[in-house]
Every structure is written in structure tokens, then in C-alpha cells.
Design a protein around this ligand. Structure first.
Ligand code: IPM
Ligand code: MG
Length: 334
């Protein structure tokens, strides 16, 4: 199997962590037909477009997209890509890595998965402004709510069989529909435990006792916010990968942003980007019934864990290694 991959390095630290990730991918036994394309702030400066047609075409034609963080223009790149490619779900795991101080009071193991609705809600991009009044319309449909809940339930079946549906249905009409649909869908999965939680309480519980969560199914904006929070609970934004998936396509990207303050210094932590590539390999393995791909996903993840256990760290985790040096340790462990 040779997979075609569209690679978008992105802005800020994007090119550095993408470079580290591509070195890891080059060192494994899977062949890629990869194409590097531009999007974001730099693409705008150089080509006059945040998301050039060429990039969009490459993304459409590829088996998967591997994307770095985008800078100030993220909403003109990330949201159109998710919508165009039909990536209705955003999977964002937060899992403790042995050897990394989670900076929580209790020494708690965290292993949760945020399943974020990725196509509508407050990200529907319907809104406007008149003088000093502006508005964004939150659209919630039965179909999208059903899709995300089903996917969340399927994920939970492979995990600890608990789904927490997170919303604010006590206040918002749109969330009431979301909650109703999730409740209906959940009834079809009698092997799972389905719970409901208001989003404000969820934000609190994520800090108070993160180990209580397995799969969190939630609308778009809450998923965005809670995934940054969960990232801290796990040990920091440098560690958190993400998968945008639809029925046919997938785009894999870290949860974090472009971090301009530390860009071009070769100090950024590449783990989130590398683990996004792991999610890509795992997804390719599942969707193409390709054991090799799934096997390498697992091996890279193990190599990352081993590297951490050996005490190697980039600056964000209290170490001194450069991005390149850290990637070299992972490759050696592979
Ligand atoms: C993320 C980012 C994006 C989002 C922004 C940059 C459009 O915060 O992927 O979490 O809100 O989805
Ligand atoms: Mg975000």
C-alpha cells in the first residue's frame, strides 16, 4: 500500500515540528506519496490566498492530510478544510504519558477522548455585525448530532464503554436538540453507560477528577475549549494530537496553535504533531484494513513513550533538547 498524503506544514512552529514528524515517517517501513502544500499566513503572503486552490485540490485527492498549526488565518484554513472534506468529527485524546508530570494535585491516570462535533454549532459561520451589535448563529441539526453521537458510541465500545454527553441544554435550544438526539441514539447502545453533564460542570470535573471520563461527546465550541483544558490535564499542549475524520477522509493536526513566540528556534515539542501522524497511520490502517499501518502507529507511539521514559525532554517539559535532537531519539528508539 502506498498512501498519498497532502502535507501542510503551516505557520509558526509548524514547519519545524512537521519536519521532525516527516523524519519519523521516513524511518518506517511504509511508503508515502507525499506532497507538501501551503496554507495559512505564509501562503497568503506568498500566493495571495490563505487556502490556495492547489492545496485544496491536493487535500481532496489524497488519502489523508497531515497538517501543522495555522497562525492568525486559522479560521480561513481549518474551518473550510474541515467543511470541504466532510470531516464531521474531531477526535482529541488526552492520555497520561508515563514520566510526564501532569501537574494535577492527585497523581491521576487520565485516558479520555473528546469527540467534538466538527461541522456546525457556533462554527457554522453564519452571523453578522451591524455597528455595535454582532452575532453568530449556533446551528444544530439532528443529522450532525446523530452522526457525532454514533461515532462517540463506537469509540466507547473500543474503550471503557462510558459516554458523557456534554452540553448546556438547561439554557440553550440548540443544545436541547443535541441532548435529545444523543439520548435517543444512546438508547441503541445498551452495552454502554451514557451520562449527561453540563459543560460548566464538565470544565470543573476535568480538573477535579479527570479519570472519571472515558468518551466525551460535545458540540463544536465546547469541544474546542475542553480539549485545550484536557491537554493541560494530560501534561501540556505540546503533547495533544487530533484527528478530523469523516466517512471518507481524514485530516490530522495537533490541538495546539502556531506558537509564534518560540518559532524558528528549533525548541518546539514535536510530540503532538508526531502523535497526530500516529492517529493518521492508525486511521489508515483501520479504513484500509492494513495491519502494517496500524502496527507502525503503535510502534511510533511506543517509541515516543520510551523516549520520554529515558528522560529526554524539550524545553516545554523542563528539558534542554532541541526539536531535532528529540526527534532523533524517537527515531533511534524506533
Ligand atoms: C482548534 C483551533 C481551531 C478551532 C481554530 C484555530 C479555528 O482552536 O483546532 O482547536 O477552534 O477549531
Ligand atoms: Mg482550539
Amino acid at each position: 500500500m502506498v498512501y498519498s498524503i497532502a502535507i501542510i506544514p503551516g505557520d509558526g512552529i509548524g514547519p519545524e515540528i512537521m519536519d521532525a514528524t516527516l523524519r519519523v515517517l521516513e524511518s518506517i517501513d511504509i511508503e508515502f506519496d507525499s506532497r507538501i502544500v501551503e496554507a495559512g499566513d505564509k501562503a497568503f503572503r506568498e500566493h495571495g490566498s490563505y487556502l490556495p486552490n492547489d492545496t485544496l485540490e491536493a487535500a481532496r485527492k489524497s488519502d489523508a492530510v497531515l497538517k501543522g498549526p495555522i497562525g492568525e488565518s486559522a479560521k480561513h484554513v481549518v474551518l473550510p478544510l474541515r467543511q470541504d472534506l466532510g470531516l464531521f468529527a474531531n477526535l482529541r485524546p488526552a492520555k497520561s504519558i508515563q514520566g510526564i508530570n501532569t501537574r494535577l494535585m492527585a497523581d491521576e491516570e487520565v485516558d479520555l477522548l473528546i469527540v467534538r462535533e466538527n461541522s456546525e454549532g457556533l462554527y457554522s459561520r453564519v452571523g453578522g455585525r451591524k455597528a455595535d451589535v454582532s452575532f453568530d448563529i449556533k446551528i444544530t441539526t439532528r443529522q450532525a448530532s446523530e452522526n457525532i453521537m454514533r461515532l462517540g458510541c463506537h469509540q466507547a465500545r473500543e474503550r471503557r464503554k462510558l459516554v458523557t454527553v456534554v452540553h448546556k441544554a438547561n439554557v440553550l435550544q440548540s443544545d436541547l436538540l443535541f441532548q435529545e438526539v444523543c439520548h435517543e441514539v444512546g438508547r441503541e447502545y445498551d452495552d454502554l453507560k451514557i451520562e449527561q453533564m453540563y459543560v460548566d460542570n464538565c470544565a470543573y470535573q476535568l480538573i477535579r477528577e479527570p479519570s472519571q471520563f472515558d468518551v466525551i461527546v460535545t458540540p463544536n465550541l465546547y469541544g474546542d475549549i475542553l480539549s485545550d483544558e484536557a491537554s493541560w490535564v494530560q501534561g501540556g499542549l505540546g503533547l495533544s494530537p487530533g484527528a478530523n475524520i469523516g466517512n471518507l477522509r481524514g485530516m490530522f493536526e495537533p490541538v495546539h496553535g502556531a506558537a509564534f513566540d518560540i518559532a524558528k528556534q528549533n525548541v518546539a515539542n514535536p510530540i503532538a504533531m508526531i502523535l497526530s501522524a500516529v492517529m493518521m497511520l492508525d486511521w489508515l490502517g483501520t479504513t484500509h484494513s492494513d495491519e502494517q499501518s496500524s502496527k507502525w502507529a503503535h510502534r511510533i507511539e511506543t517509541a515516543v513513550n520510551t523516549t520520554i521514559l529515558q528522560g529526554h525532554r524539550t524545553r516545554d517539559l523542563g528539558g534542554k533538547l532541541t526539536t531535532k535532537e528529540f526527534a532523533s531519539h524517537i527515531i533511534r528508539n524506533l
